[in-house]
Design a protein around this ligand. Structure first.
Ligand code: NAI
Ligand code: MG
Length: 352
């Protein structure tokens, strides 16, 4: 079987972790008998500074034709903060209705976590973040700008349809796991949005009587998640809270270098996108210090999504045995560079 995949390496360490990931995917193709027809797209800071182009109609149409998108990272000190993030990453998530941002929080054996005493058995959950609405719709206004009376209003938009598709996905996911679902919100204060989220949870839960449903306020989540992650199986939450608690999740599982994510289109109308959760890390770009494991595990999530489950599992287990020998973040004392780590993982897959 052949899959058409678009690669967008982007900026900073994006191209470095992308090249490691493609190396691993090449090994997986040989070993498991499928093939990836890859097209690389030039986008990001350099392209923007040269052409003024961000997300645009031509690129949209070209990307739409692919089975999946692999994304590196975007962001550059030479570009005003927010331009590439909003103008490209958020634009893609919204245009392609990548309604679910799926982030596994899994502590792999041997990976250093800052949480004392935490073991891999106690840390295996997934966070499902609503990915297209909430406070990230980009609506709001500023009145009396640049005066002592300035008022900035930032709106959060929550629709029954938007919440329902994410909640339904989460219940299905819980059914394939430990059958436990937790809604994370702040419904005692954000009354309108919180009521709609709880309402949808209550409604959908009737179709899944086997799934145990729970609720935790987002501030309390910041306490429970690091202290007792075993309490959670599937956590579903809105866009803003999800952005925040998934970074906390990444810390617990051993840092930005190992955390993976998927941006899933649920109706098949557009491709899903897979990316490590870290950014372009301009502070270490070009040094070969970037840990490619988060990007490689995102590549494995892509293969699982495309139906190549066996290859995905092989990549995961190869990455796990390599990552246990590494510090959480790469650096000069690591003894191995980005390419070397990816090569080790690729070799393990080929030896399978
Ligand atoms: P960042 O994730 O790029 O870096 C944070 C820290 O973690 C840095 O010290 C970096 O060196 C380190 N780090 C990150 N990934 C690493 C890896 N794979 N291996 C070793 N060390 C790693 O976040 P930061 O510094 O806040 O943002 C840098 C740029 O990236 C900004 O322009 C930001 O807007 C953008 N960004 C882009 C994202 C994306 O493309 N989806 C996500 C987050 C930030
Ligand atoms: Mg974030």
């Amino acid at each position: 079987k052949t899959y058409s995949v678009a690669a967008i390496p982007g900026d900073g360490i994006g191209p470095e972790v992308m090249s490691g990931t493609l190396n691993v995917l090449a090994a997986a193709q040989k070993q498991f008998g499928f093939s990836i027809d890859l097209t690389t797209y030039n986008a990001g800071a350099k392209h923007y500074l040269q052409t003024g182009e961000l997300w645009n109609p031509q690129l949209t149409e070209e990307l739409r034709g692919h089975d999946a998108i692999l994304f590196g990272a975007m962001g550059d000190p030479a570009v005003q903060p927010g331009i590439l993030e909003r103008g490209f990453i958020l634009a893609m998530r919204q245009e392609f209705e990548q309604a679910v941002n799926l982030r596994p929080v899994k502590l792999y054996p041997g990976v250093a976590t800052p949480i004392a005493g935490l073991t891999p058995e106690r840390c295996d959950l997934v966070i499902v973040r609503e990915n297209t609405e909430g406070a990230y719709v980009g609506q709001g206004s500023t009145i009396h700008a640049n005066t002592p009376q300035t008022v900035a209003v930032q709106e959060s938009v929550n629709t029954r349809q938007g919440i329902s598709r994410v909640v339904e996905y989460s219940f299905k996911l819980a059914m394939s796991r430990r059958k436990k679902l937790t809604l994370c919100h702040k419904k005692n204060i954000l009354i309108e949005a919180g009521k709609l989220w709880q309402d949808v949870i209550d409604q959908v839960s009737e179709l899944y009587p086997e799934v145990e449903v729970d609720y935790v306020h987002v501030d309390a989540m910041c306490f429970h998640l690091p202290v007792s992650p075993e309490r959670f199986d599937v956590v579903v939450t809105d866009n803003l809270f999800g952005d925040i608690i998934t970074d906390l999740g990444a810390v617990i599982q051993g840092g930005l270098g190992v955390a993976a994510s998927a941006n899933l289109n649920l109706d098949g109308g557009a491709p899903s996108m897979f990316e490590a959760i870290h950014g372009s890390a301009p502070d270490i770009a070009g040094k070969g210090w970037a840990n490619p494991v988060g990007a490689i595990l995102s590549g494995a999530m892509m293969l699982a999504h495309l139906g190549e489950e066996r290859a995905a599992l092989a990549i995961e287990s190869a990455a796990v045995s390599v990552v246990r020998e590494l510090p959480a973040l790469a650096g000069p004392g690591m003894g191995k560079n980005t390419t070397g780590i990816a090569e080790d993982i690729a070799r393990l897959i080929s030896d399978d």
